[in-house]
Design a protein around this ligand. Structure first.
Ligand SMILES: *Cc1c(COP(=O)(O)O)cnc(C)c1O
Length: 496
């Protein structure tokens, strides 16, 4: 199977080339040209396997230049329990009622769903470099608003032929998130605060990526720079697995019959997570409706309703910050597929987006979108109410991102009467967002930093996940903070 650019089908790469390159040279996203079939026999076979082996079986269909032994080693390391994940099922389903279950994707080392892919991508990338005969070491540069940076640090920690350097805004992450990064372990990692907000850190990193002199300088030292964001196919692929795995678990629990369709509701930002579910459905997983849940940054809700994507709108800072996004990069892959792989059409939409901030897709694409997706959003007040309501009704504690999904799922059910079995996706542990969760539960005096963790443990009667609880006694390793203009010095110092 080959990988093509969404903006030029003439580009054709192997899996390891696509993963080492990340982004196509024309700016398009590298995407499988055909999708493998997932037959009922294969599902039947996967039912009996543990998560890591389900992951090998699914990924193998897409990664022809990787051996089963390689993939087995990656998933055994990345999804090890209890070394990395605190649940032997890795991505367990929590049933709420007869036709509703929550897919918990936060049992990994950083308590958020980015771990599901970032525990695998570094291994895929490291081995892809060998397969493509790249002799330089890759240095992953990340500007983070919180979740991604920590998950990338944990994933790349001590992986061969890789280094990772994370910049976070000094004023833009929570106390827990800062501490998570400052205490990061590993010999190939670096963490540095940047004075300013997320935009400052992000602009700084973009400037480093486009600096030709820096590129040459680093090449001379045996390094090249790359990013770990969700445009890389190696981040999307591991995410297909848990949708298929959830279906197997529903079968095993006797909640559905083989072939019965299941709806999935996904809290969405960059469109990577929900796209993975759509691919699984295209492969043959019996997916009913895909419910796309947004927060107040509801650009996708409007797009699914009107066919016009328009980023010209106010940006809202919400209590579900990982979904505070105005340009959902992975939508490009969906448009490529729904247009019948019309690379010229996709290139045109992206050009318009770049120049005017908006585009309108064809009638044909709009019809396909309506068939497969339902879009909805949840504002801040409703997110809080939902956290309180689910806690009261089910004794189940959810974080703000998950609450957005739950609310939009309920809206969808009311609007359509569809009572099919529905899986809603939980992307972060509630303990990662203690402040918002405590406020939602009616606690007025929320303590600073890790104090809030203790408070939420008391209020909920549940223990915090070990990776967060153990922050209490971890040593701080990284205290450096710099101005945006000094970021290059930090890179050069680390890659001496
Ligand atoms: C990244 C993230 C999301 C959004 O996922 P996308 O793949 O960008 O759509 C949702 N919730 C949490 C907690 C995240 O970290």
């Amino acid at each position: 199977m080959n990988y093509v650019s969404t903006r030029n089908r003439g580009v054709s790469l192997t899996a390891s080339q696509a993963i080492s390159q990340g982004l196509a040279r024309d700016g398009g996203l590298l995407t499988p040209e055909t999708l493998p079939r997932l037959t009922p026999e294969m599902l039947e076979d996967l039912r009996g396997k543990p998560y890591a082996q389900r992951a090998v079986a699914v990924m193998q269909l897409f990664l022809e230049d990787f051996s089963q032994e390689e993939l087995t080693a990656f998933t055994q390391a990345g999804y090890a329990c209890p070394a990395k994940f605190d649940d032997p099922k890795v991505a367990p389903l929590h049933p709420l009622d007869g036709n509703t279950a929550c897919l918990e994707l936060w049992h990994g080392p950083t308590s958020a769903f980015k771990d599901m892919a970032l525990q695998i991508l570094p291994h895929l990338l490291s081995v892809s470099l060998v397969k493509t005969q790249e002799d330089k070491t890759v240095c992953i540069l990340v500007a983070t608003s919180g979740d991604t940076g920590k998950a990338a640090l944990e994933g790349f920690k001590d992986v061969d032929r890789t280094k990772i350097l994370v910049f976070y805004p000094k004023d833009g992450v929570s106390a827990v998130q800062a501490l998570q990064m400052q205490t990061q372990q590993g010999d190939n990692v670096g963490v540095c605060a940047v004075h300013g907000n997320f935009d400052d850190a992000q602009t700084g990193v973009k400037t480093l990526f486009s600096d030709e002199k820096l590129r040459q300088d680093l090449a001379g030292r045996g390094y090249f720079l790359s990013s770990a964001n969700s445009i890389n196919w190696g981040r999307i692929l591991p995410q297909l697995v848990y949708y298929i795995s959830a279906y197997c678990d529903l079968l095993n629990a006797g909640q559905i019959q083989m072939g019965e369709k299941v709806n999935y509701c996904v809290p969405t930002g960059n469109f990577g997570n929900i796209l993975a579910c759509w691919y699984a459905g295209q492969m043959g997983l019996p997916v009913g409706k895909l419910i796309c849940a947004s927060n107040s940054n509801n650009v996708l809700t409007d797009f699914l309703a009107t066919g016009t994507y328009d980023r010209n709108r106010p940006f809202h800072t919400t209590m579900s910050p990982s979904m505070d996004i105005l340009v959902s990069s992975n939508l490009e892959r969906l448009l490529f597929a729904l247009s019948g792989q019309d690379d010229q059409a996709v290139a045109g939409y992206m050009k318009q987006l770049n120049e005017t901030g908006k585009y309108t897709v064809s009638e044909a694409i709009q019809a396909r979108l309506r068939e497969d997706f339902y879009g909805g959003f949840c504002d801040e007040a409703t997110t809080s109410q939902t956290i309180a309501q689910v806690w009261k009704d089910y004794g189940y504690l959810i974080d703000p991102h998950t609450a957005v999904a739950y609310h939009v799922m309920e809206d969808y059910r009311k609007a359509t009467g569809d009572d099919r079995t529905t899986v809603f996706v939980s992307t972060a542990s509630p303990f990662k967002f203690c402040d918002s969760v405590l406020h939602s539960l009616g606690v007025d005096q929320v303590e600073e930093g890790l104090g809030a963790l203790d408070q939420l443990e008391k209020v909920s009667g549940r223990p915090a996940p070990v990776p967060l609880a153990s922050l209490r006694d971890k040593a701080v390793r990284f205290t450096e903070s710099v101005d945006k203009g000094q970021m290059m010095d930090v890179v050069l110092e680390m890659l001496r």
